[in-house]
Design a protein. Structure first.
Length: 152
């Protein structure tokens, strides 16, 4: 089953000042009302209608607005989204042939859709987490070796 890859807002697609003001108001509200309760939002033009939003989604909305205010683009990708090999390679910042090598070596799970490979976003995040951990461990070992040799 394929899942939509999510929404994209490119830099400059929104009013940065409006995004900044909205992010600030949400952050102020969350700071003044700590806890885990959902957030009730009453729109300026909504009349008596109130929108109830989970707190985690409200926090994420504030983060998105802050990024937009700073001129950055934002993309939301569900964990279950299936990406093409090109999209997956771009996410990992590697070449497509290198990614295909990782897939065929069993480093990252994938499935075939006809003749095309599809990679779940969640699996890419897990691979990146494992790879980052491996790099940190190697750096720690080098630091320890340098200290033992008196080079550090």
């Amino acid at each position: 089953m394929s899942v939509r890859t999510g929404g994209v807002i490119r830099p400059g697609d929104t009013d940065a000042e409006l995004a900044s003001r909205a992010a600030r108001r949400i952050r102020d509200y969350l700071a003044a009302h700590p806890g885990t309760d959902p957030v009730s939002i009453q729109g300026e033009l909504a009349g008596d209608d109130t929108l109830v939003v989970p707190r985690a989604a409200t926090v994420m909305l504030a983060q998105i607005l802050a990024l937009l205010a700073s001129g950055q683009g934002v993309q939301i990708i569900p964990d279950a989204a299936e990406l093409t090999t090109q999209q997956a390679a771009e996410f990992l910042n590697v070449s497509r042939p290198y990614l295909i090598g990782l897939l065929e070596a069993g480093e990252i799970p994938y499935r075939m859709v006809g003749t095309h490979r599809r990679v779940r976003f969640e699996d890419l995040r897990e691979y990146r987490r494992r790879d980052d951990l491996k790099h940190r461990q190697a750096a720690d070992e080098l630091t320890q070796l340098s200290e033992e040799l008196g080079l550090y």
